[in-house]
Design a protein around this ligand. Structure first.
Ligand code: ADP
Ligand code: MG
Ligand code: MG
Length: 885
């Protein structure tokens, strides 16, 4: 045991930088004392003293008892009161305070030092007997609860019974006599429950209280809490021993909590609640209904002015919004705690922007203050805070925002019904790429299976559509077109509301508020643009998405997928005709019809992007994704076979289709005939797409709009694939330029999404104008994990067990996939100085991955439209942090 070491600090000796040993509360009390603010005097026993207590068989070592007594003398001198004195007793609070706050996990005791004689001294001294017994009964209860481990409700129940007997509405209506009786009853509870008399020796009270607070570090709920929040178990808690001030000495006294700014809106005005003639946690415990802090202005203007002054001092000192506990004793304000206040996304943004404007912090600091996710949270429709909905189930909060509509169980039907102008919520087990139309048509999606990176979740986030996933409580009966949750039955067409920010599912159309970027958000994003280095592009496949992203500040399109253009209901038959055609004529027909459709899509997108670069990826998925499902086909054929009426022709058609589907079936489609391989084997499709792109470019330029087209070839693994396809792209481009008599500037590049492409990046870069890392596929192929299946089969287990720290499909894996990205970028630039490098996987919108992209020196990241503002802020933060290193 090291007695040289300092285990006890007076508040005068404490400060913020001693937080690791004084705990959050102790450090803030010390800091406020040094600032000259009105803090009742006291001392802190350190977290290291807590560890000594545990090493010493859960007893306070003798030398610490002596030390405490020494400091106590000091307190007596400062206050002119004596601990244990019969006439003028010094009363104390004993308060726990860990380094990381663990709300409600550990305990506080007030009014310590009272006993049967000193309570009378206190009564005489203050000339208020009622007050003295009010303190005493509170103390006995807290001591019984915290030190002797008697459940709090036993005291609460006794109080309630007494109130009823004497017909008292509130604790304020209890008379001195009532309180005296309560004290006797409480002492009896202690005797009955703990088998001891309530201790009358103040020093015994103090030492056992310190020991109990230290001991509470290892109570069950504290351990569970630390496990859940990844807090180390050996940190220990500090104990603060502080002179009492009294908020319960009449109507010129009170207690309350105040935030220096409104934590829900961020408005720069005091926000909080107080109660007159009350003590401790009365405000929080809901003993009486507290009053808004703004009424204090009228009720006690003098105190309110003191409050304004100290809150300003605190905010200026901490340079952040503070959450403050205070007590008023006879018109004098005392501070009992301050800490950085928790706040909503909206408030976080407003406070950071306002503080920079006020000159309290600089712009860089203000950008660092905001969690990038906050920017997205404020972009969606929200449940009206005034609404009081009936919540029937809870799933995973997969994509933020609120959505309401009629329950529909199939994507096709969702499409149909929404065309009639109805709002729908698609409810399903999970969604698949074929459901995309239904997802687009719905206000939001609710699935009963699948996690945060399931298809529905990813697609919904991409579209900025609210989504609740994996809501297992809900049991869908597709045949009856209804779902059950508990014993509640929701039928097709019933209205529900989902909140993708919380995972809640509610009955009916709940009131919502409209989304928009606030003035402060726009200000923050403007500063972000000034600070960031990375370009921010978007993944957008259609005009409306491109428009949205442009409004959010996208500097181009990093990935325009063309397969979605094939999925639209009126185009699927044409695509099928193309795939199934047996003659060149048939194929030609389909292509001729598809080309102008694609062209007009591109025209729309180019127009929306107003001259910014647009990367178009040529068709990537295997063709069988456009064909009917094999099992469904077999079922249909069986039905036709046993049907009564004559349907030979229909049957023949289906059988032919089935043969084709079987023929195209692959056991590993992800590694099969797709991407540039398809472009090489079935050249007509890519040629048609390239024609559509360049014709669109020509048309749009004629309208006076600038375009920077970039053609991207997917899934290249060997430079020869790229060479061959590039030649064809250049040829088609040339033809169209000649035809239109116009010179076009364009780039041809590749998606880098296979490990071999990374290893041979130098060779590929000699031929390509740009690289865009497709980190979804690159993660699949580097890990050898299927994105569609791994999550439910084993990935969640890996994450729970800590085999993997992060989900690599959510956050770019720095040691494996990230290393490949860095290597390919460097070696690509070695052979091609002008190589542009970006990333377009889901990772492009994820802050941690964005920081890696900054580190690797990429030119841009590309993400879904609603992630663009998030990415702008994250990119700014990454740059600021890397400059500071
Ligand atoms: P918690 O960590 O649960 O907030 P605290 O130690 O802050 O617990 O104490 C709870 C409340 O007890 C405080 O908000 C304050 O109202 C009251 N309190 C604590 N110490 C004193 C004191 N010295 N004088 C008056 N009231 C006190
Ligand atoms: Mg507190
Ligand atoms: Mg891919």
């Amino acid at each position: 045991m090291n007695s040289e070491k300092k285990y006890i600090y007076s508040f005068e000796e404490g400060s913020l930088d001693l937080k690791p040993i004084l705990g959050g509360k102790g450090a803030s009390l010390g800091e406020m004392t040094s600032l000259g603010l009105p803090v009742p005097s006291g001392m802190t026993l350190t977290t290291e003293a807590c560890n000594l207590y545990f090493e010493n068989d859960e007893k306070l070592p003798e030398f610490l008892k002596e030390g405490t007594k020494e400091y106590l003398k000091d307190l007596e001198e400062k206050t002119g009161k004596n601990f244990g004195d019969d006439d003028n007793p010094l009363l104390l609070s004993v308060r726990s305070g860990a380094i990381i706050s663990m709300p409600g996990m550990m305990d506080t005791i007030l009014n310590l030092g009272l006993n049967d004689t000193s309570v009378q001294g206190l009564a005489k001294e203050t000339n208020d007997e009622r007050f003295a017994y009010d303190c005493y009964r509170r103390f006995i209860q807290m001591f019984g609860d915290v030190v002797l481990g008697i459940e709090g409700y036993k005291f609460g129940r006794t109080l309630d019974i007494l109130k009823e007997e004497v017909d008292a509405d509130s604790d304020l209506d209890l008379t001195t006599e009532n309180l005296k009786e309560l004290v006797d009853q409480y002492k009896n509870i202690i005797k009955d429950e703990a088998g001891v008399d309530f201790p009358q020796d103040p020093m015994e009270q103090l030492i056992t209280a310190i020991e109990a607070v230290f001991g509470s570090w290892n109570n069950n709920r504290a351990i569970v809490y630390r496990d859940a929040h990844d807090i180390a178990h050996d940190l220990g808690t500090a104990v603060n021993i502080q002179t009492m001030v009294f908020g319960n000495m009449g109507d010129n006294c009170g207690t309350g909590v105040v935030f220096t700014r409104d934590p829900s809106t961020g408005t720069n005005e005091l926000y909080g609640e107080y109660l007159l003639n009350a003590q401790g946690e009365d405000v929080v415990a809901g003993i009486r209904t507290p009053q808004s802090i703004q009424t204090l202005k009228e009720e006690k203007p003098g105190v309110f002015d003191q409050l304004v002054e100290v809150t300003e001092t605190l905010e200026e000192h901490y340079q952040d919004m503070q959450d403050i506990e205070f007590t008023i004793e006879n018109g004098q304000l005392y501070l009992l705690q301050t800490r950085t206040g928790k706040r909503t996304a909206k408030a976080a943004i407003k406070i950071a922007a306002d503080m920079a404007d006020e000159g309290l912090i600089d712009k860089e600091e203000s950008l660092l203050r905001i969690d990038p996710e906050h920017i997205e949270k404020v972009l969606h429709k929200q449940i009206d805070p005034e609404a009081d909905p009936e919540v029937i189930a809870k799933g995973l909060p997969a994509s933020p925002g609120a959505a309401a509509g009629k329950v529909i169980f199939s994507a096709d039907e969702a499409e149909k019904i929404s065309e009639q102008g109805e709002k729908v919520v698609l409810v399903s087990l999970e969604t698949t790429p074929e459901d995309i139309g239904g997802v687009i048509a719905s206000q939001g999606v609710l699935t009963t299976r699948g996690g945060m990176t399931s298809h529905a979740a990813v697609v919904a986030r991409g579209m900025g559509k609210p989504c609740v996933c994996g809501c297992e409580e809900i049991k869908i009966d597709f045949e009856a077109e209804e779902f059950l949750v508990g014993n509640r039955r929701i039928t097709k067409g019933d209205h529900i509301t989902i909140n993708g920010g919380t995972g809640e599912v509610m009955i009916g159309n709940v009131e919502m508020t409209e989304p928009r970027l606030s003035v402060e958000s726009r200000k923050i994003l403007k500063w972000a643009n000034e600070a960031k280095e990375l370009g921010i592009r978007t993944n957008a496949d259609n005009g409306p998405d491109a428009k949205k992203a442009f409004e959010f500040g996208a500097e181009g399109i990093g990935l325009c997928r063309t397969e979605h253009m094939f999925m639209a209901a009126n185009r699927v038959p044409l695509v099928q005709q193309l795939i199934l055609s047996e003659s060149e004529v048939e194929k030609e027909e389909a292509l001729t019809e598809l080309e102008p459709m694609q062209r007009s899509d591109f025209e729309e997108i180019f127009t929306e992007m107003k001259g910014k670069p647009v990367t178009v990826r040529l068709l990537d998925p295997p063709l069988h994704e456009f064909l009917p499902d094999i099992v469904e086909l077999v079922e249909e054929i069986t039905e036709l076979k046993y049907a009564e009426e004559d349907n030979k022709e229909e049957l023949n058609k289906k059988q032919k289709l089935l043969r084709k589907v079987k023929e195209m079936n692959e056991s590993n489609p992800m590694l099969g005939l797709r991407g540039c391989r398809l472009g090489i084997i079935v050249p007509e499709i890519y040629e048609m797409q390239v024609r559509a792109i360049f014709k669109a470019v020509v048309n749009v330029i004629k309208e006076g709009v600038e375009v920077q087209p970039e053609i991207m070839l997917p899934l290249v693994t060997h430079v020869n694939e790229f060479k061959r396809l590039r030649k064809r792209v250049d040829k088609v481009a040339e033809e169209i330029m000649v035809e239109a008599d116009i010179e076009l500037d364009y780039k041809v590049g590749t998606m880098i999404e296979l490990p071999r492409a990374c290893m041979t990046a130098d060779e590929i870069a000699e031929e390509a104008d740009f690289f865009s890392f497709g980190t979804n596929d690159l993660t699949q192929t580097t890990f050898g994990f299927s994105r569609d299946d791994s999550e439910s089969k084993f990935l969640h287990h890996y994450l729970e067990e800590g085999i993997l720290e992060d989900n690599p499909f959510v956050s770019l894996d720095p040691n494996g996939v990230g290393k490949l990205v860095r290597m390919a970028t460097d070696s690509g630039r070695q052979t091609n100085n002008d190589l542009k490098v970006g990333i377009c996987g889901e990772h492009g919108g994820e802050p941690k991955s964005i920081a890696l992209c900054q580190e690797y020196g990429l030119d841009y990241v590309s993400c879904s439209p609603y992630r663009v503002p998030v990415a702008r802020l994250a990119a700014a933060q990454a740059k600021i942090k890397s400059d500071r290193e």
